[in-house]
Design a protein around this ligand. Structure first.
Ligand code: CP
Length: 349
């Protein structure tokens, strides 16, 4: 069993808050959350993804970096964007990619999460991508298996590749070059902050990159002491939107709610929806994001979601493939014996 992180000599890696020039080794075996990443590591992953954005816009979208490696996508919860983009990312890098859907697996016969993980491990996967409804399930698996584990969303905890793709999308939309952070950019995140792993990972990533983040939700959907994450909470959406450069709308996570958290969808839309009327009152440069899947007509109106220049929603999906290619490349470099790993010494946490 290999432990989660790879110890490094801080003096030789990122001590000055920058990624070492030309450095190829990434000082983490897994990507379980943004909370484990330093600012310069987030920037490194964004920078690495840019080459894949360019490749993915070509007719021939194939590199052979991961040729001979096997990636297993184990999804215990539904997904369209994350599952497909991890599959496309692995295939475009030349890996053999296998998808395990819990609904059609032996999980349905009562197999435990750990037994499932050990089964995938015994098949000698070179990376395992996991989505699970329980917060912490991905870390549990990462602690048991021998290969890199990537979190594709665990309960209400984290969705790190979503936050990375969102930051990349913003950087691209603003025309910011490599190594740019988001210093001073004002971002308002509105919706079900309490249950949202997207909100949590985005707050961690955006604040690490210097953005000023407002979060807005009905009182019942706002986590206690959210200020400790370096954001300003609002219950009044119009107040939360003042001065925003980017508005990120979130879905109501009905599947994680027990009981009534909002009075009615209609009232929620009136108070917290990015309606066409509310959008029309924003300055012309304000950009709109949504991780999907959307509840059109509840948290966002269709005319806003489909705005040809100010909605970044389809660009977020495009960035998702590039970010996941970057993460798969970077986290498998050790298995591929990419030169540079010797700089980090042996794997041990
Ligand atoms: N944004 C996101 O995680 O979408 P999926 O649930 O479709 O993967």
């Amino acid at each position: 069993m290999v432990s989660m992180a790879i110890s490094i000599q801080e003096a030789s890696h990122g001590a000055d808050g920058r990624y070492p020039e030309g450095g190829l080794a990434f000082p983490h075996r897994d990507l379980t959350g943004i909370s484990h990443l330093a600012r310069h590591e987030i920037l490194y992953l964004l920078d690495e993804a840019e080459q894949w954005l360019a490749l993915n816009r070509q007719r021939h979208k194939r590199a052979e970096l991961l040729s001979g490696l096997t990636i297993i996508n184990a999804f215990f919860e539904n997904s369209t964007r994350t599952l497909l983009s991890f599959e496309i990312a692995g295939k475009r890098l030349g890996a053999d990619v296998v998808n395990m859907h819990a609904a059609t697996s032996s999980v349905k016969k009562g197999e435990t999460l750990i037994d499932t993980a050990m089964t995938l491990n015994a098949m000698r996967a070179d990376a395992i991508v996991i989505r699970h409804a329980s917060s912490g399930a991905v870390q549990l698996i990462a602690d048991k298996v021998d290969c890199p584990v990537l979190n594709a969303g665990d309960g209400s905890h984290e969705h790190p590749t979503q936050a990375l793709l969102d930051a990349l999308t913003i950087r691209q939309a603003l025309g910011l070059p490599r190594q740019s952070d988001l210093n001073g950019l004002r971002i308002t995140i509105c919706g079900d902050i309490l249950h949202s792993r997207v909100a949590r990972s985005n707050i961690l990533a955006l604040t690490a990159l210097g953005a000023v983040v407002n979060v807005c939700a009905p009182p019942a959907l706002m986590p206690a002491e959210i200020e400790a994450m370096g954001v300003t909470p609002f219950h009044d959406f119009d107040a939360a939107l003042e001065g925003a450069d980017v508005v990120m709308m979130l879905r109501l996570q009905q599947e994680r709610m027990s009981g009534q958290f909002i009075p009615s969808p209609r009232e929620y839309r009136h108070l917290y929806g990015l309606t066409l009327d509310r959008f029309g009152k924003l300055p012309a440069g304000v950009l709109v994001m949504h991780p999907g899947p959307m509840n059109r007509g509840i948290e966002i109106d269709s005319q806003v979601a489909d705005h040809p220049t100010r909605s970044l929603i389809t660009r977020q999906v495009e960035s998702g493939v590039a970010i996941r290619m970057a993460c798969l490349d970077v986290l498998t470099r050790r298995a591929r014996a990419v030169p540079g790993w010797e700089d980090l010494g042996s794997a041990e946490a």
